[in-house]
Every structure is written in C-alpha cells, then in structure tokens.
Design a protein around this ligand. Structure first.
Ligand SMILES: Nc1ncnc2c1ncn2[C@@H]1O[C@H](COP(=O)(O)OP(=O)(O)OP(=O)(O)O)[C@@H](O)[C@H]1O
Length: 854
C-alpha cells in the first residue's frame, strides 16, 4: 500500500512524552523524507511511505510513518524498520519491537478500546491520553472500565460523553453500575464491582460514585438507603479508616465490601458493609511522614469544651508516642476542626445518637491517653505516666487496675487459670503450648490501643449497618469492593524498604488482581473449552498467582518433589505463623525459608517472584506480574506475627465498662463468635445479610487451627479469603484505576510531583512509563485481546432463545405447535440461521451461546 502523496497527515498530537528515540539512528539530512521521485536520491536509496505507526520511546511514543524500500533499494536487515518521524521528519532505523501500529485518527477518542483496529500499548495509551485531555477520564476496556484519575477540580459529567457503545451508554463508572443493575434484574444474579489500582488512583472515589448512582437510580423501598446516607457513610469511613500518606492524602487502610440488596422490582431493600484487614497498628505507629487515622486529629481539634474537659483533653500532652494532635500549621488544625463538625453531621445523618457519639469519643480519648501514658522500656511492664493511664481508664469507664491488668498482666491471669485449672476461653488452648516471643511493655500498650481501635471501628461499621438495615425480602445484590491501593515506596522516590503493613495491602491488591485474572482468562478459556468452542488465545504466561503464593501458599498446596526437598515451600504468612511458635527463631530464619522455597536457583522449584537483596533481611517481591517489584525489610516481622494478648483483651475492657453508653455500644459484639472478630459487619439479620455472614464464618471455620491460635498472619489470609468468597460467585466487573501523574521515580527522584491542570495554561504532564507499568501489571491488553476474539460473553441456550425468539416468527410458531417442546440447541441453531449472524460473531456451544456481549 504505497502512499506517496496522499499519506495521512500527522495526528493532532503526534507524540507523547520525550521525542528522543529509545533506540535508532537519525540518518543523514540527505535521506530525509524518503519520497520516491526525489531526483537527488540514488536509485538504490528510494523509499516509499507505508503505514502510520508509533515509535516507542523511553518516556513516551511518537507518531511516525514506515518507509519501505522501493524497487532497486536494498531491504533492511531482518527485524529492522525505517521510519520518518511525523514531528520533525527525521528518518531513523529501529528494531521492529519498538514500533506499534497506529490506529486511524478518528479512533483517538474511542470510547471502547475493544474497537481499536490495532490493540497495542502505544495505541491504548494514545486513546486514553486523548480522552483524558478532553476531560474524559473513563474508557471502556471490553467489559471493564479504565479510569485515569482526574486531577484537579474537574469531574467528568456523563452527559458530555459522546454515545458510542452498543448499549448507548457512555464510558463511565455510572454506566458500569447501570449495566450491572440491568443484568441483576434480568438474570436475578448477584453482581460485584471491584476497583483495582495503585494507592491514590481513585478507587474509593469510584466506589462511592457507583453506590451513589445505584441508589439514586433504583431508589430504596422505605428510604433507609439514600444518596445522602451513602455520602455520610463514606465520610465516616474516611475519618475512621483513612490516613495521609505520601501516595494519597486520604489513603484507605482497610478493605470493604458494601452490598446493596435489591428486591424483584429493582428497588433497594437494604445495604450492608463488611470490613476487614484494618491496619490497626497504625494507631500506635506510622511510617515517617505519614499520619494516624484522621478521626484523631479531627476530634482533638473539634471537640467542644465541655466534653474536652470531661475527657481530660483540655490540656494536650507535650508528646504522644502515637503521634496524635500534632498540626504543622494552624490552618491544618482549623481544617481538622471543620472536618469534625462535618463528621458529626454525617453521624447524625446515619442516626448515630449523641450518646453513641460520646461513647466513640471516649474510646478515641482513651487511645490518645494511652499514647501519652506510654510504657517503661526497662524493668517491670507498666505504664510510664500513671496520670495519663488514669485518664485512659476514666474515659473507658473502668478502674486503673483493670486497664493495667488487661494491658500488661494477661500472663499472670493465664498462670492462675492454669493452676486453678479453670477452663480457658475458647481459642487460648494453643497459646501456652507455643512459647513465641515475649511481649515488651511498649507492645502491650500498642496492642491495647490497636485492639480498642479495632473494636471501635467494628462498632462504627455496625452503626452504619443499623442505619441501612431492613427486613424486606431481597432478590439479589450488587457488591462494591474497595481495598487499599498497591503501594511501592519507589513510586514516591523513596529509598526505604516497604513495611509489613504495606505487604498486607499489596497482598490484598494481588488477590483482587488474581480474581480479575481468573474471571477474565481462566474461567473464559475453560468455559470455551468445555463448550467445544475453538479460540485462538493462550492463557497469559504470568499470573498474579505466582506472587500470591509467595505470601500465602499453604503447605497443603505444595506438590512435594521426590525426596521432599520443598517441604518448606509455604508462603510468608504461614512461615511467620510457624516461626513465631519456635523458641529462638528469628526474622532471618523466616527470610531463609522463603528464599529456599521461592527464589529461583535456590534449590527448590523457585520462581522469579522473590529475590533476596544485598541489604540484610531484605527481599524483593515481584508484584504486579513482575512489573513493579517492591523491596521489603523483614526486620521485626516475627514480632508482628505473634498474637498480641493485650489487643485480644481490649474487647472485654470495653464490654465491662461501667459507662452505660460504652456497654450498649460494645456488648452486642460480645455475642459474636471470636473467630471472625477481624471481620466487621456480620450482624445483619436479613436473608442476604445472613448469607454473607455465613460465607465469612465458613471461611474462618475452614482453618480452625489458625483461628484457635489467633495467629495474626494467617488471619490476614483468612480475611482476604472471606472477601474473595463473598464476591467470587457473583458476576464480576472491574474498574482499573490508573494514576497518570508524574511520580518522583520517573523524574529521577527530583522534586515533588506537580498535578496537571486540565484547562489550565500548562500542558498536562503525564507519566507514560508509570502508565505502561500499570497497564502491563494488570494484563489489560491481554484481556482486550481475548475479548476481541469475540466469545468473552455467554448466555444459556434457553435464555438466548427466549431473548431473541421474537425475531423469528417461524420458530415461534414451531415452538407453540410442539407440545413436548423443542430441543433447545436445534431451536437456537434455527434462530441463528434466521438472524443470519456471521459465523464468527457467535459460537454455538453444547449448552451456551458465546459472543462478544449480549
Ligand atoms: N473521578 C475523580 N474525580 C475527582 N477526583 C478524583 C477522582 N478520582 C480520584 N480523585 C481524587 O484523587 C484522590 C485519591 O482518590 P481515592 O482516595 O479515591 O484513591 P484510592 O485509589 O482509593 O487511594 P487508596 O488506595 O490510597 O485508598 C482524592 O483526593 C480524590 O478526590
């Protein structure tokens, strides 16, 4: 296809990022342009212009035209391509792997990436960026959605988005929600919407938008679920569950499933929130430059004088080991105070009474006082400042001695219990059998604070659920899943290694990515194989399962090679759980066991998902399909793996409080089996709520050993199992949230990132390398390719026939006339012939019809 004169002009934006080619040589001036007919050209050096392509560069990509050798001109060596860059007409030769086919310019703002003629990284990025610049941050990627986090004050109005997809809905989170709703009604099946992505990429914002849209669209039976209440719930959750980090000013530190239950008429009957994996250790310790849960500073800044005096908060301490009540600027304190007023308003909207609110402030005040009280670092385990410990006890409505015993003296209680042979509470059986590591006084105080906060958080979740609950019958639910985002200190140009808490959040993201992988690739290919539908697509070589295994592989999952060389091949969480019960074990033993089990070339069956580092006690885990490895420092992880007995005693302190408001808030939780304490929101009584609670309880029951040991590490896995089990049987929809802003990392660690200003004078600066990593780390392109094979969706034969039979009157007649009913496969065969669908558009399987989408 020669395009000597009529070649397409350069696209509106010919290049993105730097224009310096990654590889290739700019040729001499005299060979520029390369048009045949140039009389100066030697006959053996004549080139004609062929297709438009993207030249991939280190920090971007640029539009170019392929130059092909004309008659008499020698071919290029195999694998090399000659290009003329559209931006400045430079001619260059590069390896063909650096060249991606471009799409026609009219697809620059394609609403669905599946409609691109050529699906490749540069074309996908080009479309995403064109849409982003046009203030269209949402783009469909087949059945899923990509959201490029909008920066600044603009929010994309759905009405502005051109209608382009088959179902007439614009690419938008609200459209995704709407499709799930319609399918729920037509198929009477549960749906889930799962947000994936880095920390700060906009997952929580998307989840809130989805829920608000569903509630506004469907309405609720008796008004118990309203948009105002959803907003209030998110405000409360942000206050109690998010912190300021270098990735986000409001980074979520827990995972959640928010379910909306619908009746057969499509109206909402109730909502229920379940939360897990709360980063409770944050209450006592925060990484450098990061904050505590926002609610502490909000309360300390905004509480009225009377309550402040009653709770002994009128004079704040000079120092709190928990890092609370510190504002770098007076206006920050003002903002926190204003946020507290809003928080109280939100609580009111959710029907949280004055007395319940007071109980909440009491527990927060007690935690604050514990932080000031601290613990003696040497000698007896006891509070360092008794006065403040007294304030904590007063806030909690208990005696000082009670708090002191619960915090430091559980071991004495256990000895007495042993001597007197009183039956121990369920779950303590194995604790004495496992010597573990001794707790320090500081850990005791931190454990008590974390335990109190976890109970408080669960109580707040219960109050939210109370506000949304009802006894109306439901037919099916839409569950919305949000989890802390993937995080890597490297993204912020930080040299530090990541922490155990960051590992837990990254593990949660990997589990959700695995869910995406299983739904998109494994289930689809398995279904097509079972249906006898041939499809040219191989399962991607890499899977999040490899990384997940490094963290949570169970001993039973291991296939032992002859000789049992890999008997230690169990994931980090299990190794920690085991080593903590071995006298004299250490973090280095943990790392060594991991190395032997998972490092390539370390003797076992190793994968490349783990690599030990030069730095002592550090290893790198290949997250995001190996695209974004994170370096972790295992120092102190064994200490984190032991059950903190003070934390386990915290619920009793609250339940036995002498203050009525605390008793009534926390005694309801006493009825819950201790096994699933780590999951909050199990108390609903409606049928759907009970069903979800049963799923969680069954998950924990599946690993009784770990539950009895109350081993915190296996509980991380169990909580994530519970979340996955809640949603995995539903129809899954995914939102890939990508963050497009420059990271410090990609700018050589210089300066702070400056958010682009859409509509402003400065051009949007986008971090193409980071976007590439995010695309490749989620298999978005592979998923698109499978989707484009045309059989990603399916429908049962009878359902397909019922949906489309009206289009075939002859078939309808036949169906009505046969009393025994027709063979469904034959009926669908006839229907497909009548509809004259292209053979490639749908495939008739043994029990289903497969197609692009129905
Ligand atoms: N669609 C959007 N429109 C406007 N602002 C947005 C949008 N998405 C995200 N933001 C802004 O980006 C910031 C981070 O968003 P958000 O808290 O939703 O990220 P996240 O992915 O949930 O982060 P984390 O994983 O750390 O909890 C917020 O300040 C939010 O206001």
């Amino acid at each position: 296809m020669r395009q000597q004169d009529g070649s397409p002009g350069p696209a509106e934006t010919p290049g993105v990022g730097q224009t310096q080619p990654e590889e290739g040589t700019a040729l001499q001036e005299d060979s520029r342009g390369g048009q045949s007919g140039d009389s100066d050209q030697a006959p053996e050096d004549r080139w004609y212009q062929a297709e438009k392509v993207w030249l991939v560069q280190k920090d971007g990509f640029t539009l170019a035209t392929v130059l092909k050798p004309d008659e008499g001109t020698a071919d290029l060596p195999a694998g090399r391509v000659r290009l003329c860059l559209d931006a400045d007409q430079t001619v260059t030769e590069v390896d063909e792997e650096h060249v991606h086919r471009a799409n026609p310019p009219e697809l620059d703002q394609a609403e669905d990436l599946a409609s691109l003629v050529s699906v490749n990284e540069s074309s996908v990025l080009n479309t995403l960026l064109h849409r982003y610049r046009a203030q269209l941050p949402h783009t469909c990627s087949g059945p899923d959605l990509i959201v490029l986090q909008p920066q600044g004050p603009w929010a994309p109005p759905a009405a502005k988005v051109p209608r382009g997809r088959r179902d007439g809905l614009p690419a938008h989170v609200c459209s995704l929600a709407q499709r799930a709703y319609w399918e729920l009604l037509s198929q009477r099946r549960d749906h889930s919407i799962v947000a994936l992505g880095r920390s700060g990429a906009g997952k929580t914002t998307c989840c809130e938008q989805v829920l608000e849209h569903l509630v506004a669209m469907a309405g609720s039976v008796d008004g118990r679920v309203s948009v105002e209440k959803i907003r209030a719930a998110f405000m409360v959750l942000r206050a109690f569950g998010s912190v300021s980090t270098s990735h986000s000013r409001s980074a979520t530190r827990f995972s959640m499933v928010m379910s909306l239950d619908f009746n057969a008429m499509g109206r909402i009957t109730a909502a229920q929130l379940q939360t897990m994996l709360l980063e409770k250790s944050r209450v006592a310790r925060q990484p450098d430059g990061e904050g505590n849960f926002k609610v502490f500073s909000q309360m300390l800044a905004g509480l009225d004088l009377d309550l402040r005096t009653e709770l002994n908060l009128h004079q704040t301490a000079e120092s709190s080991t928990f890092g609370m009540g510190v504002w770098s600027k007076p206006e920050d304190k003002q903002k926190a105070g204003a946020a507290f007023a809003q928080l109280r308003g939100a609580m009111e909207t959710l029907g949280i009474s004055e007395s319940e609110q007071r109980a909440i402030w009491r527990v927060l005040a007690a935690i604050y006082h514990l932080g000031v009280a601290g613990a003696c670092k040497v000698g007896r385990k006891q509070f360092m400042r008794f006065e403040w410990a007294n304030h904590a006890a007063a806030a909690l409505g208990c005696e000082f001695e009670e708090l002191n015993t619960a915090t430091f003296k559980h071991h004495l209680r256990q000895i007495i219990e042993q001597v007197t042979s009183r039956p121990r509470p369920r779950g303590l059986e194995e604790e004495e059998a496992s010597p573990g590591l001794k707790m320090t006084g500081v850990e005791c105080v931190e454990g008590m604070a974390g335990g109190l906060y976890q109970e408080l958080f669960a109580a707040v979740v219960s109050l939210i659920n109370r506000s949304f609950s009802s006894h109306h019958l439901s037919m099916a639910s839409i569950m919305v899943v949000d989890s802390p985002g993937f995080q890597n200190p490297r993204h912020q140009g930080k040299d530090r290694a990541a922490t155990f808490e960051e590992l837990c959040h990254n593990y949660a993201q990997e589990r959700l990515q695995l869910l995406f992988h299983q739904r998109t690739f494994e289930s689809t290919l398995e279904r097509l194989r079972e249906e006898g539908v041939p499809v040219k697509f191989d399962l991607p070589e890499s899977s999040p399962a490899t990384t997940v295994a490094v963290v949570d592989q169970k001993p039973s999952q291991v296939h032992l090679p002859a000789g049992g060389g890999a008997e230690d091949a169990r994931g980090l969480l299990w190794v920690l759980d085991e080593e903590v019960r071995v006298e004299g074990s250490s973090d280095s033993v943990v790392l060594e066991r991991l190395r032997v089990a998972f490092e390539k070339g370390a003797g076992g069956e190793g994968t490349s998902a783990l690599r030990t580092c030069e730095q002592p006690l550090q290893c790198e885990i290949a997250h995001q399909l190996g695209q974004d490895p994170v370096r972790y420092d295992l120092t102190g992880w064994l200490h984190k793996a032991k059950p903190n007995l003070s934390a386990l005693d915290a619920p009793q302190v609250l339940q036995h409080s002498k203050r009525e408001e605390l008793q009534s808030l926390f005694q309801a939780r006493a009825k819950l089996p201790p096994v699933c304490r780590a999951v909050a929101g199990l108390e609903g009584t409606s049928e759907q709520a009970s069903l979800r609670s049963r799923v969680v309880r069954r998950t924990f029951a599946s690993s009784l050993g770990a539950v009895r040991r109350r081993a915190p590490c296996s509980h991380v896995k169990l909580q994530m199992d519970a979340l996955v089990n809640l949603v995995k049987r539903s129809r899954l929809h995914f939102i890939h949230c990508l963050t497009p802003t420059p990271t410090v990392e990609s700018r050589g660690g210089q300066g702070s990132p400056t958010p682009p200003q859409p509509g402003g004078d400065q051009p949007l600066s986008l971090d193409i390398p980071a976007l590439r990593v995010q695309l490749a780390g989620s298999h978005i392109l592979e998923a698109l390719r499978l989707h484009r094979t045309g059989y990603a969706d399916h429908m049962g034969l009878a359902q397909f026939r019922r949906r489309f039979q009206a289009l075939d009157p002859a078939l309808l007649k036949k169906l009505l006339s046969t009393s025994e009913g027709m063979d469904e496969r034959k009926a669908v065969e006839q229907l497909l012939m009548t509809l004259d669908l292209e053979k490639t558009a749908v495939a008739l399987g043994h029990s289903q019809v497969s197609g692009a989408s129905f």
